[in-house]
Design a protein around this ligand. Structure first.
Ligand SMILES: Nc1ncnc2c1ncn2[C@@H]1O[C@H](COP(=O)(O)OP(=O)(O)O)[C@@H](O)[C@H]1O
Ligand SMILES: [Mg+2]
Length: 484
């Protein structure tokens, strides 16, 4: 594109003729216009549409151009022609090239002057032309055109711009409003595309969060299965022992009854009484009296095991509702204990000691399932970071001002300084495929923020890492209120 930089000649009647005078009045079809018919008419192209061919061709109005020699009075009549209604200015072309434009505004000023028509009516329009008109090649991309128009156009807008082919030959005019409309349509289209892209990203993000949830759920279930197996094992063992003891007891009672029946049925003692008594004595000698005495202890243990299994299933019930974001009053210390139970088997397997120091704290408004997920991830990360056999995880709660702090500290390998900025990024993981999704902390961060809280980390490579989650004691709404 280029802007005509010839000296200005804006006002009426000032300066010499802008260009050498050509022969004819109107500059029309004999010139290198693409189509002579089209050239004679204004605005064959209607209002611009979105998704048009590139550049400004869709906005091109095949306006008949004026020659530099056209008398001012003829230009005025021409301007009144209904075909030029939508145009602010008419192009002036010399030898196929645009040399300027004359605006309605400029003409109006001429004719409003006393005797303006008489004085200037016969003068050639070339003398009155604005030669700084904006000229754009028709291939100019629409957003470039919009930018150039914004740079070039003065307020109030009194002119249209001129379109040429790549060689600078006149093609027609373009209207600023058309460009605005085209830009608007394009922006609307872009907006729709962006919205669609945003929706897609959001959907896949939700899906990922879901899969991280499922992964932690899987981890929990595996842990609980392990935990349930232990009490289940001894409950089964106890029940088997009880069954054996019961069979013995039944036999003993049977033998005892045989003797007692013989002694107390009122008649002579039967001849086999000594044999019956011998059988009873033999049975008593054979049966483990201690086992029988232990029976109630055994049943006591069994009951304990069953209670434990019941509790574990209760935990599983709590955790299986991970996707429920329901807010309720919850005791964070209680949530911590639940989370510790879930990761217990991992900690045991790695010989990691847990130091738990919890402070008295009121129940807080939160989504317990989500806080569980945060705790589980912090504990899981801490356990995974420990690669030696002196592992220790400190879990502490503390009330500080209006906040409840949850500290999870490990003496694991720590986080490299260059990773610190990235650990909360979705998909950032230093763990091998299959072990890390890189979503845990990103989700934890999101959950804590949604609760009106903060999550912070401090770490020293080779020494350990401490995560601190601060949750507002009064719940999210109060935290928002305090901040406002
Ligand atoms: N306690 C920790 N000790 C050392 N590094 C950690 C700890 N917690 C998180 N990280 C680092 O942050 C990364 C991201 O953690 P996270 O978002 O939970 O994803 P993932 O555990 O799936 O890798 C981990 O891969 C690890 O490099
Ligand atoms: Mg993790």
């Amino acid at each position: 594109m280029h802007i005509c930089n010839a000296p200005t000649d804006q006002g009426a009647g000032s300066g010499p003729p802008a260009v050498a005078r050509p022969r004819s009045g109107f500059f029309m079809a004999s010139n290198p216009l693409p189509s002579s018919d089209a050239a004679a008419t204004t605005a064959a192209a209607g209002p611009p549409q979105a998704a048009q061919p590139p550049g400004l061709s869709a906005l091109l109005r095949r306006t008949a151009a004026l020659g530099v020699d056209t008398p001012v009075a003829a230009v005025a009549d021409h301007m009144l022609d209904a075909r030029h209604e939508g145009l602010l200015s008419l192009p002036i072309v010399h030898e196929g090239r645009p040399v300027g434009a004359i605006s309605r505004y400029a003409l109006m000023r001429i004719f409003l002057m006393p005797y303006g028509r008489e004085i200037f009516g016969r003068r050639p329009i070339g003398e009155m032309a604005n030669r700084e008109v904006l000229v754009l090649p028709v291939a100019t991309p629409i957003q470039d055109a919009a930018r150039l128009i914004a740079e070039h156009v003065r307020s109030p807008i009194t002119e249209d711009f001129i379109l040429t082919d790549a060689d600078g030959a006149y093609l027609g005019t373009g209207v600023v409003l058309d460009v605005l409309r085209a830009m608007d349509a394009r922006l609307a289209q872009r907006n729709r595309e962006l919205q669609a892209a945003y929706d897609r990203v959001r959907a896949s993000q939700l899906q990922l969060i879901q899969s991280e949830k499922m992964a932690s759920l899987g981890q929990m279930v595996a842990g609980l299965v392990h935990e349930i197996n232990t009490p289940l094992g001894y409950v089964r063992n106890n029940v088997e022992m009880t069954r054996g003891a019961l069979a013995d007891a039944t036999e003993l009672v049977g033998a005892g009854e045989a003797v007692l029946g013989a002694l107390f049925d009122g008649g002579e003692p039967p001849a086999d009484l000594p044999a019956r008594m011998a059988a009873l004595a033999e049975l008593r000698g054979r049966i483990d009296a201690a086992a029988l005495a232990d029976l109630s202890g055994l049943l006591e243990d069994t009951l304990h095991g069953l209670t434990q299994i019941g509790e574990l299933i209760g935990h599983l019930k709590d955790f299986s509702r991970l996707d429920q974001a329901r807010t309720q009053k919850a005791d964070v210390n209680h949530l911590i204990d639940g989370a510790l139970r879930i990761v217990q088997h991992i900690l045991d397997r790695r010989g990691i000691e847990v130091v738990r120091t919890v402070a008295e704290a009121p129940a807080i408004d939160c989504a317990p399932a989500q806080i569980n997920q945060v705790l589980l991830n912090l504990l899981g990360n801490a356990a995974q970071a420990i690669e030696h056999d002196r592992g220790r995880i400190i879990v502490r709660t503390q009330v500080l001002g209006e906040r409840l702090l949850i500290l999870v500290e490990d003496n694991g390998k720590g986080i490299a300084a260059e990773d610190m900025q990235r650990i909360f990024d979705p998909f950032f993981t230093t763990k091998p495929v299959g072990q890390g999704t890189g979503l845990g902390l990103a989700i934890a961060h999101q959950i804590v923020e949604q609760h009106g809280g903060l999550i912070r980390v401090a770490s020293r490579p080779g020494v350990g890492t401490r995560f601190v989650v601060a949750l507002p004691l009064a719940g999210r709404a109060a935290a928002d209120g305090a901040r406002a």
